[in-house]
Design a protein around this ligand. Structure first.
Ligand code: ADP
Length: 399
């Protein structure tokens, strides 16, 4: 069966069509600038020229219509008609406490995803639009929602309850939810497979380091803690997000220096992290380059980043009573050997040694620890789309 995976953001949309017999991705596409002048759809198929549509896409409906058109375009010759799409898997950021697993979408499910929107006002609304438009355009195709929060629903109370008045949890659902769950689940399962071990016997720290960064402690195949929290702002420092800071900074800036809450949100989400410290860019490649050129603020930004990740790895090894494997994934984790090495510096006491030659490999499954290491360290490219497609096929085969 061919499964379409949709990841709908506020002004962008990523998609893949995966042949689930072979688990091969047939097409990868990206629509950018939805609702903004200069909309563009770029579709890639291995061995073929890119297929590009540059047309005004004022909303997600028009964008998805173009996606469907791109999928059946003659040059790429992937599918002849939409009927060949057996199912659609949608990435949904927030499933609240209700969803610890993926779910087949019906009216009731859609309603409860809408109810979770207040918890993820930037993310769930575009996810919902993607679902609604696909249901309208493909009324007979079964669809599944796969939640970023679901994998972390196994966390025990001591890791997800915030030390605030308990009523805030009961009344408003204020707690740690965690994100990037599909990625943490994928790489933890993959590392167990590569190590030829039963995941039930493993303690794994997974480090998803991309534009957003989060770590998870995965014990016996279950997430028992993760660094993002009530929202994806918490945890380690990121490209533009601060990660966890003393919350009093907010009231101080507002009361003493007259900042508005909108400014604060903008600062914490868009102007902090590696960008905020370096003053250069949120893109690690730019900051790494400037650090090499001797820029002190770039060096400081990277040092703080490494320090935060290092501390989080150590904390998770601590709460699990040890660690068998540490995994790096996502844009930075898969590609930057320097970042991996620096994030691990000083943690050798856990029982690993890094092999520099292995660590120089980029973007593929690779052990980067030496053969003698008791604790194994890996880089593993994440594949959230495949995970979404697998869940989609599994669930609709039960309908
Ligand atoms: P997203 O969270 O948006 O999916 P990605 O997982 O694609 O993000 O990660 C994007 C980050 O990965 C950017 O900071 C980018 O600089 C970084 N990155 C990509 N390639 C490299 C590389 N070769 N070296 C260092 N960082 C890289």
């Amino acid at each position: 069966m061919k499964t379409l995976v949709i990841n709908c953001g506020s002004s962008s949309l990523k998609y893949q069509l995966i042949d689930m017999e072979t688990e091969k991705s047939l097409v990868q596409g990206l629509v950018e600038r939805i609702g903004i002048e200069g909309s563009i759809l770029t579709q890639k198929v291995e061995g073929k020229d890119k297929y590009i549509i540059k047309e005004n896409m004022p909303n997600h409906k028009v964008a998805i219509e173009h996606v469907l058109k791109a999928l059946i375009n003659k040059d790429h010759n992937i599918i002849q008609s939409m009927d060949e799409i057996g199912a659609v898997g949608h990435r949904v950021v927030h499933g609240g406490e209700k969803y610890s697993h993926s779910v087949v979408i019906d009216d009731e499910v859609l309603e409860s995803i809408k109810e979770c929107s207040s918890l993820a006002p930037l993310h769930n609304p575009p996810n919902i639009i993607g679902i609604e438009v696909c249901r309208e355009l493909m009324p007979n195709t079964p669809m599944v929602a796969v939640f970023d929060t679901a994998f972390h629903q196994t966390m025990p109370k001591e890791s997800y309850i915030c030390p605030l008045p308990y009523e805030l949890y009961e009344k408003y659902g204020i707690r740690k939810y965690g994100f990037h769950g599909t990625s943490h689940m994928y790489v933890s399962q993959k590392v167990a497979e590569v190590m030829e071990k039963d995941i039930k016997d493993l303690k794994i720290v997974t480090c998803h380091l991309g534009n957003g960064c989060s770590l998870a402690a995965v014990k016996g195949g279950k997430s028992i803690d993760t660094s993002m929290g009530f929202t994806p702002l918490a945890g380690v420092m990121m490209g533009t997000r601060s990660g966890s800071i003393d919350p009093s900074v907010i009231s101080y800036l507002m009361e003493v220096h007259g900042y508005e809450i909108n400014d604060i949100n903008e600062i914490l989400n868009k102007k902090s992290g590696v960008l905020g410290i370096s003053g250069i860019s949120s893109d690690f490649r730019d900051v790494l380059e400037e650090a090499e050129n001797g820029n002190e603020r770039a060096k400081l930004a990277l040092n703080i980043f490494h320090y935060k990740v290092r501390a989080q790895i150590a904390a998770y090894a601590g709460i699990m009573g040890g660690v068998d494997a540490i995994v790096f994934t996502a844009g930075i984790g898969e590609n930057s050997s320097v970042t991996r090495k620096e994030c691990l510096k000083g943690l050798e006491f856990l029982g690993f040694e890094i092999d520099d030659e292995r660590n120089s490999v980029r973007g593929k499954i690779q052990e980067i620890s030496t053969d003698n290491s008791k604790v194994k360290v890996y880089e593993i490219p994440t594949n959230e789309e495949l995970m979404i497609a697998r869940d989609t096929v599994k669930l609709i085969s039960n309908i």
